[in-house]
Design a binder for this molecule. Structure first.
Ligand SMILES: NC(=O)c1ccc[n+]([C@@H]2O[C@H](COP(=O)([O-])OP(=O)(O)OC[C@H]3O[C@@H](n4cnc5c(N)ncnc54)[C@H](OP(=O)(O)O)[C@@H]3O)[C@@H](O)[C@H]2O)c1
Length: 486
């Protein structure tokens, strides 16, 4: 029987159920090489769709999930809305030319058997590699061509989401981890969503199933075989360990008993109550188990002030997951899992290549390929012994495009990624930076620039100078130089 569901709209106007069926679990089921029968698996998706869960979340690397969804879509020949296919493209880092992006998008269309993907979400492994902006601009061209209904991203922190928007990409969604245990998305990302209208699609809401009665009062598992739960076990460890987790689980169980619902319902309701959240994605091990009826009960009750206070007490006994959303894929502590392509991290090419300085064995340098560097006689960055000096850096993308024109804060985010890439190519890290100098065109932009600088250097605390420099050459809003001591 169809469940009475809450519905919402993405900024593009696309309407959907606030619970989405997630299919990463297909990759886990298939990890030993046994591929699900597409027709039987499509029957399982059809049963979800028939009860009102008509939206499915997939990715290029979720085993045969896109093919299974393709079978379901092929069956929909009659009138009425067809199930919605949200998928992801997670390319290996490298140049994102028009041809590369078109091939990535076309592969999604081919596997789904459609001429337009409803929502295509883009993941990128390292913002030091600037090609992510090229990929999104190419995706936008394909959206205008009609191949993509709406563009989303996944695992973007607030700063890079803001940068993409300021660079003119009309993003509808950002898919991030958001749960009673991982509350990062309630921070700067939610504020940005309120300001821009971008909506969050929350995953990890049940921590792979850990946030359920099944684990209440149970001893800590020694080994966790499935990919999803093994990932969230790492989140549990980072949030203060099993005892802290049991504190949250206990509070959720007490609230669940009071309302006559399940722990999963309480965990999901708490996430859905955040205005930035469009929907929660709940993973399903299709053909093995399903919790459809129970999950549908999330729409039948509300959390009150005393429930929130009880959860707040449990939160206070946990350690906040460090950083912002998506950091788990890009920096320590890497809270990722097998099966989510995180092995790419080991193969990300440096954007810049270090070159030896002839006759000076203690020196190496990087150039960005700009025609001006040899002409004017400077390097993007130079290493002398254990010291690295990075030239004044602007938000120049490719040969001469200014990224995020008019937005000094977003330009700072881009510049600091560029500085990080130059320092990395010379064997250093941002933690080694001991001095930065910031030149502003307009003194009024000091705050967003300072905040963007603080996001990167808040724990490093290099010496800093911030000055207004009048008309920066090239019409840029901000220019930054840096020095690192290894
Ligand atoms: N963008 C990204 O980087 C990213 C990363 C991870 C996931 N995702 C997306 O998010 C989806 C969610 O996956 P997830 O790994 O985060 O897992 P999750 O949704 O937190 O947990 C799913 C598991 O919870 C259990 N469960 C579901 N409903 C339940 C209920 N009512 N009561 C008790 N247990 C219940 C089931 O476990 P059993 O099957 O064992 O019963 C299910 O497999 C994925 O499929 C994927 O679409 C995206």
């Amino acid at each position: 029987m169809p469940i009475a569901v809450e519905r919402t709209q993405l900024p593009t106007g696309l309407a959907l159920n606030r619970l989405i069926c997630g299919l990463w679990q297909v990759a886990d089921i298939e990890k030993d090489g046994r591929v699900l029968d597409p027709e039987t698996a499509a029957d399982a998706l059809g049963a979800y769709a028939a009860t009102g869960f008509e939206t499915f979340d997939m990715a290029d690397h979720y085993g045969s999930a896109e093919l299974i969804m393709g079978r379901l879509l092929a069956r929909h020949t009659g009138p009425g809305p067809r199930p919605l296919a949200f998928t992801k493209w997670c390319p290996a880092p490298g140049p994102m030319t028009a041809a590369v992006v078109r091939a990535g998008v076309q592969a999604r269309l081919d596997r789904l058997g459609v001429s337009r993907v409803d929502l295509l979400q883009f993941h990128w492994w390292s913002f030091e590699h600037p090609a992510w902006l090229d990929a999104l601009h190419e995706m936008e061209k394909l959206r205008r061509e009609g191949l993509i209904g709406a563009i989303g991203v996944t695992n973007f922190d607030a700063a890079h989401l803001a940068l993409a928007l300021a660079d003119g990409i009309p993003l509808a969604t950002n898919q991030v981890s958001f749960s009673l245990l991982d509350r990062r998305a309630a921070g700067p990302l939610s504020k940005l969503c309120a300001r821009t209208g971008v909506r969050l699609l929350a995953y990890g809401t049940l921590c792979g199933g850990f946030l359920s009665e099944r684990w209440l009062g149970r001893p800590e598992p020694a080994a966790v075989p499935d990919w999803s739960r093994s990932k969230y076990k790492r989140f549990i460890d980072a949030a203060g360990g099993w005892a802290a987790f049991q504190g949250i689980l206990g509070a959720a169980a007490e609230i669940a008993r009071k309302h006559g619902v399940s722990v999963a319902n309480v965990a999901t309701r708490w996430v859905l109550d955040h205005p930035a959240v469009a929907a929660a994605i709940i993973g399903a091990r299709i053909t093995e188990r399903e919790h459809r009826a129970d999950n549908g009960r999330v729409f039948a009750f509300s959390l009150d002030a005393s429930d929130r206070a009880l959860l707040g007490e449990a939160f206070a006994a946990t350690t906040p997951i460090p950083g912002d959303c998506g950091d788990e894929y890009r920096r320590p502590p890497f809270l990722t899992a097998s099966g989510d392509l995180s092995h790419h991290l080991a193969t990300i090419p440096h954007v810049y290549q270090a070159e030896p300085v002839p006759g000076r064995p203690d020196r190496s340098r990087v150039s960005s390929g700009s025609m001006w560097e040899p002409l004017a006689g400077y390097s993007r960055a130079i290493r002398v012994g254990n010291r690295i000096c990075v030239s004044g850096t602007t938000a120049t993308h490719g040969a001469d495009r200014c990224v995020a024109p008019g937005d000094a804060g977003a330009q700072t985010t881009y510049i600091l990624d560029k500085i990080a890439a130059a320092i990395a190519a010379l064997g250093g890290r941002m933690e080694d930076v001991v001095r930065t100098r910031i030149y502003l065109r307009d003194a009024a932009s000091w705050e967003p620039v300072s905040r963007a600088h603080g996001r990167v250097f808040g724990a490093v605390l290099p010496a800093n100078t911030l000055i207004q420099a009048g008309n920066l050459i090239g019409g840029y809003d901000v220019e930054i130089e840096a020095e690192a001591q290894l």
